[in-house]
Design a protein around this ligand. Sequence first.
Ligand SMILES: [Zn+2]
Length: 290
Amino acid sequence: MPELPEVETVANGVNQRVRGETIRSVWFSSKREPFKTPSSEMAELLPGRRIDRVYRVGKHIVVDLLPGGRAAKRTVDLQWIVHLGMTGRLLVSAAAIPLPPHTHAVATLGSGRELRFVDPRRFGRLALHKPTADENSSEGSGRKAQGRFRGPGTEPLSITGSDFIELFRGRKQAIKSALLNQKLLQGVGNIYADESLFRAGIRPRRMAGRLTRAELLSLHSAVQEVLKEAISLGGSSVSDYVDANGEKGFFQLRHRVYLRTGEPCLTCGAPIRRIVLGGRGTHYCTRCQK
Ligand SMILES: [Zn+2]
């Protein structure tokens, strides 16, 4: 499943290719699952709008849309929210390239290129979010303006150390599970939770609320370091993840514990152990992580 670095890579790639384009027309498949907002509503509201920019919020890709035509107002009054789910891909393609199987949405752009949403397993979701005019004007134009799509939790890349500590205070839950809770930190998934805990030297089963301040600060740095490193390498290619260009990411070459069960720890040589925690495969070093 794409996590924060992969979603950020895709969002940035798409942004570079479609920013400023107008959506000329849209097409949707007849499947129901991908459409959190009914496809009929999207078909009515999307055509004619201009793409202001594309960016990531948590694990969502957000497409900010401006009214079409020569409207003087440059107020984002509609947002197209894309969640890639397990196998979703958002591609920018020349119209001449045949539609891949499992294409569920196509937006034809002013340039003739197409923004395509492809998802074989159909866990991905497309939705519209409407920021209210009031909320838009009261908060200025920043992406955090009230009313804009914000996602369920806090952004792991911008959270401060003290807010990070606060997030886990009193939590009677394994720290690994707390890291995966999107209502706390949004965007951290299985790979980056395991990798961050390894770098911070913390065992995944430790109860979140019992970690010391120093441990949480070290985890805070580890989470940000791992995510930034992965973004700079274009994310991790496990399963079907590819970015907007179809390029694979390379962070998996840097994994120190994830999917390295039985292989020697790169720090101490002990075999990496795999357990199942909260239903998720969890990888750690029994020697380096306390
Ligand atoms: Zn080790």
